[in-house]
Ligand binder design. Structure first.
Ligand SMILES: [Zn+2]
Length: 101
């Protein structure tokens, strides 16, 4: 059976995760703060499973603290009521659909 080509590592380029984070950080400098690190950890502790997966009956551990209403569209950055936990694929899907708006 043929094997898939190995992903090419280019250490001089940021990983996709890093690039995603940098795009967020470029829009909102708050992402780089200790306060956000704390808010993110608190959100993931409060809601350890992905909210979007839970809504369709799946149980997936969340790794991303997301703003329900995007900050760019007027959502409150610091309001815990505007935070939800998502897994990476769900977060990417949500971000992509927001970009398409
Ligand atoms: Zn998910």
């Amino acid at each position: 059976m043929p094997s898939l080509p190995k992903p090419v590592r280019r250490p001089w380029q940021p990983t996709p995760q890093k690039r995603e984070y940098q795009q967020h950080a470029a829009r909102s400098p708050e992402y780089g703060t200790a306060r956000w690190q704390k808010a993110r950890v608190a959100q993931l502790a409060r809601q350890p499973c992905c909210a979007a997966c839970t809504a369709v009956g799946r149980t997936t551990p969340a790794t991303v603290a997301d703003h329900i209403q995007p900050v760019r569209l007027g959502g409150d950055f610091w309001d815990p009521a505007n935070h939800q936990s998502l897994c990476r694929p769900c977060h990417q899907r949500k971000s992509a659909s927001e970009r398409a708006q």
